[in-house]
Design a protein around this ligand. Structure first.
Ligand code: NAD
Ligand code: UGA
Length: 455
């Protein structure tokens, strides 16, 4: 099938490459001409495991093309998937400017009857509203919905082995074309949910909101563990084994970030409130997540000598989660500016630093290794669960630090191991532990035992 994907970002590129692998002929169109040039020359604008190889091999096989021009690919398209960004507007509602612009432009370029399918996450009613708008403008093009559920960091696997495919159409032709598009995946047993556009759009928001609620819940229980002395790892395991609850999305941490949960929960809450159906659970989860974010920097400051000279903090992990270079709404973006404002020297490491670091990280110094970041640090703060950090040589790290304290917001280590390596260790929802071995730079001095540090 001749497919055009509008927007060559995390979703558009993954979708394009995976559909090409399924045998479709795909053109990814993006308004960012530099991005298109990079893609044509085999350079990926983003880091997503496996995408580089897949996109390059599909391009070489002639199945995947990149273009900054819409008109020619659109004129041949049997189906157009729109995967442009839908950022938050200032009031938390969704900004549909890019989707609307793309839909209008595509409607002018496609042959009559070619479905325009919105893959971007949009508030319920968007596809139907845009369809009516096009009708009023005498351009009666069907507008359908096909929300995407992939996660960054595991996007290709999530797309090709999806839990389900959701298609929303208000007339039979779009549904048929979408069924044809996904036939190779459905043949492998992936369930297809075929519904109307509003329900499809609601499925997407409800799924993200539910997962965000799960994370907010486990973070609240982690706080309770700290207060009453429980261990969140045991608690999450104990509840997750209940099949009705499930063990996924029960990892406590610095609060959910990224380009989707924060913006999609805000958009759902704003939309529901505007329709007189406030989603109070979702509103509470947003507020509790925001509070959690603000609390991190204050916790870090509490572990530093008040007003001491040249206080230094090493931040390990800027991405909002592991295996991506995406820093949108990442914890580091709220922690770094607060520390810098408080006069702290902040060093920063990430295995995949963003190509264009956001201004929130301006006051910090990037380092090429976690050990370099930890040089003379008073506190090491772990914000992203990269495997590279799980495998750190903690004794080597201890030798670099001025004060040996780790605040681990991803629970990467066994507390005993960290204490044995000479660190005071504070993690999430587990008892804090004191260093069991005291070090000077480069050498062990003596074994020690003391009370746990405060969280
Ligand atoms: P992104 O910012 O990575 O990419 C969007 C791309 O669209 C950019 O390259 C931009 O230049 C391009 N673009 C904008 N307007 C355009 C236009 N008129 N014509 C052509 N190109 C245009 O965004 P993303 O993370 O891929 O997200 C896209 C949508 O998918 C959002 O609605 C998001 O909520 C949703 N989504 C994202 C994920 C994810 O993991 N990132 C997962 C599921 C759904
Ligand atoms: C999320 C959803 O998981 C995808 O299904 C959805 O398609 C996507 O949003 C979207 O709509 O864009 P993503 O944001 O890529 O995917 O990553 P997640 O793995 O869901 O993580 C989101 C945030 O929650 C991260 O900050 C992560 O660290 C945090 N998280 C996740 C936790 O704190 N605990 C967990 O148990 C899981």
């Amino acid at each position: 099938m001749e497919v055009v994907v509008i927007g060559a970002g995390y979703v558009g590129l993954t979708t394009g490459a995976c559909l090409a692998q399924m045998g479709h002929s795909v053109t990814c169109v993006d308004i960012d001409a530099d991005r298109v040039t990079d893609l044509r020359e085999g350079r990926m604008p983003i880091f997503e495991p496996g995408l580089d190889e897949l996109a390059r091999s599909m391009s070489m096989a002639g199945q995947l093309h990149f273009s900054a021009q819409m008109s020619l690919p659109l004129s041949r398209a049997e189906l157009v998937l729109i995967a442009v960004g839908t950022p938050s507007a200032a009031d938390g509602a969704i900004d549909l400017t890019h989707v609307e612009a793309a839909v209008r432009e595509c409607a002018r370029g496609v042959r009559a009857g070619t479905p325009l399918v919105i893959k971007s996450t949009v508030v319920p009613g968007t596809a139907a509203r845009l369809h009516r708008l096009l009708e009023q403008e005498s351009r009666p093009v069907p507008v359908a919905s096909n929300p995407e559920f992939l996660r960054e960091g595991s996007a290709i696997g999530d797309f090709c082995d999806a839990d389900r495919i959701v298609i929303g159409a208000d007339e039979p032709r779009s549904a048929q074309v979408l069924e044809r598009l996904y036939a190779p995946l459905v043949a492998r047993g992936i369930p297809l949910v075929s519904t109307d556009t509003v329900s499809a759009e609601l499925i997407k928001y409800s799924a993200n909101a539910f997962l965000a609620l799960k994370i907010a819940f486990i973070n609240d229980i982690a706080d309770l563990c700290e207060a009453v002395g429980g261990d969140i790892t045991e608690v999450a395991n104990g509840i997750g084994l209940d099949g009705r609850i499930g063990s996924a999305f029960l990892s406590p941490g610095p609060g959910f970030g990224g380009s989707c949960f924060p913006k999609d929960t805000r958009a759902l809450a704003a939309m529901a409130a505007s329709r007189g159906r406030r989603q109070e659970l979702v509103e509470r989860a947003i507020a509790s997540n925001d509070r959690r974010r603000r609390k991190i920097a204050e916790q870090v400051l509490r572990h530093l000598e008040p007003g001491g000279p040249d206080r230094r903090v090493a931040i390990l992990g800027c991405a909002f989660k592991a295996n991506t270079d995406d820093v949108r709404e990442a914890a580091a973006l709220s922690v770094v500016p607060r520390l810098v404002d408080a006069g702290i020297t902040v060093t920063l490491h990430d295995p995949r630093p963003p190509r264009f670091p956001p201004r929130e990280l301006d006051g910090a110094t990037w380092c090429s290794t976690p050990y370099a970041a930890a040089e003379n640090a008073d506190v090491v703060v772990i914000l992203t669960e990269w495997d590279e950090y799980r495998q750190l040589d903690l004794r080597r790290l201890a030798g670099r630090c001025r004060q040996r304290r780790i605040l681990d917001y991803r629970n990467l280590y066994d507390p005993d191991d960290v204490a044995a390596a000479g660190f005071d260790y504070v993690s999430v929802g587990r008892a804090a532990v004191r260093a069991r071995t005291a070090f000077t730079r480069g050498g062990r001095l003596r074994a020690s035992a003391a009370a746990a540090p405060s969280t």
